[in-house]
Ligand binder design. Structure first.
Ligand SMILES: Cc1ncc(COP(=O)(O)O)c(C=O)c1O
Ligand SMILES: [Zn+2]
Length: 405
């Protein structure tokens, strides 16, 4: 529906959505899109969703409205499977690997590029750990908009290749995503780029919040007791939390909330460290290193929002080592038939740890987010196997080569 205003999550300042905005001009706070949801209450009901388009745009009334003659820039993102675990009762795997471009980043970019087109923006720029770049490149291609992407030079090969094929301008940086972000910030004014960095414009959150609507819809409007979410920039967690508040305002759910649980890689765990220390913001993580590329975020721009959600939901934060993640990937693939991205498999590690220490029980309904597909990580997975000295083919269930014949 029509956005009433954009609201700063730090100072509460209202800004107009009539033109494109990045962050709060006063304090750099993240901006949230606000709608007149009270006017929808009682009119839009869950049963109205039946038979609607099987993408995230089925929730059109709670997504930014484009003009009557405009259409969302969509590639079929969202409404991904909610798979009951074959191993753990009451556990579900939300498989975001089935999205266009193979990750949940598609949702955020579908919304952000739709609005960029609406505002008439011609050039978008973003730093990326890999998947956000691929998604931006695809949606920009679909919209006929230029994309300028800055990625660490060691991103998975699939991310480099897809950006190239989608026609984006790609710069590989000998550094981390934070270095890439600095380059976008330094060059954007001169180049005329609109910055679509994580949480530096309001609409990627709007796309990603649809995961929260889907969790509710797919669980018949009864939220689970826990949600485990691999957290880099934290947009998905922030978006889902926003969705729960909106659904309560719409009268679709009550005041109950899942425990929101962050999982990060042990080699880059600034949110876990801040949570353990009882802090409300995080510090830059020095020497960030993990093969779960999307979790290699030394400092999240919205750290204050993530830590607030963990606290309000009585959630927690857990770290998983690369060895644990690799083992979880193999386990999930062989037991569940889900070949998860390393970031997604980290959710399984967190679940196992939280079951072992009693934070979660077997009765708790828990949703584990697999945020992407492993097919985009084949090169980094093989490199990780070598590092762990699991030399193929012994590591794999693959016999020797026969022939030539
Ligand atoms: C597969 C995957 N999972 C998780 C993340 C982290 O996402 P967020 O920034 O929403 O925390 C990323 C980010 O690049 C990713 O690509
Ligand atoms: Zn502000």
């Amino acid at each position: 529906m029509r956005i009433a205003f954009l609201e700063c999550t730090r100072c509460g300042e209202h800004l107009s959505a009539d033109r494109s905005q990045n962050v709060c001009p006063k304090d750099g706070g993240v901006l949230f899109a606000r709608y007149d949801l009270a006017s929808l209450r009682g009119k839009l009901r869950p049963e109205n969703l039946a038979g609607r388009v099987a993408t995230m745009w089925r929730y059109a009334e709670v997504l930014p409205e484009v003009r009557a003659n405009e259409k969302p820039v969509t590639l079929g993102e969202g409404l991904t499977p909610m798979l009951p675990s074959r191993e753990y009762p009451n556990v579900y795997i939300k498989d975001e690997g089935l999205n266009p471009t193979g990750s949940f980043k598609a949702r955020g970019m579908s919304a952000a590029v739709t609005m960029a087109k609406h505002y008439g923006l011609k050039k978008l720029a973003a730093p990326s750990a890999g998947n956000a770049g691929g998604a931006l490149a695809a949606y920009a291609a679909a919209a006929g908009i230029e994309a300028h992407i800055f990625m660490p030079k060691d991103v998975p090969m699939a991310n480099r290749m897809e950006c190239d094929y989608y026609g984006a301008y790609v710069t590989l940086v000998d550094g981390l995503i934070s270095d890439c972000a600095r380059m976008v910030a330094e060059r954007k004014d001169k180049e005329g780029w609109f910055d679509v960095s994580t949480l530096k414009e309001p609409f990627r959150v709007e796309g990603k919040k649809t995961m929260g609507y889907e969790v509710a819809e797919q669980m018949n409007w009864k939220l689970p007791q826990g949600i485990i979410y691999p957290t880099g920039g934290g947009v998905g967690m922030i978006g889902m939390w926003k969705a729960f508040d909106e659904m309560e305002e719409l009268g679709w759910i009550g005041s109950e909330r899942p425990k929101m649980i962050t999982v990060q890689a042990a080699g880059c765990a600034p949110i876990v460290k801040a949570w353990d220390a009882g802090k409300s913001t995080s510090e830059i993580w020095a020497g960030a290193a993990t093969f779960a590329a999307g979790l290699r975020v030394p400092k999240a721009y919205g750290d204050y929002l993530i830590l607030d959600i963990l606290k309000k939901s009585q959630g927690t934060a857990v770290a998983a080592t690369d060895e644990e993640i690799l083992a979880a990937m193999r386990h999930w693939a062989s037991v569940e038939g889900v070949f998860a991205a390393p970031e997604g498999a980290a959710s399984l590690v967190a679940y196992q740890k939280l079951r072992a220490n009693g934070f979660l029980s077997t009765e708790d309904t828990v949703v584990l987010f697999n945020t992407g597909t492993a097919y985009k990580y084949l090169d980094v997975i093989e490199a990780q196997e070598k590092k762990a000295r699991l030399e193929p083919p012994t590591a794999r269930n693959i016999g020797g080569i026969i022939g030539p014949f």
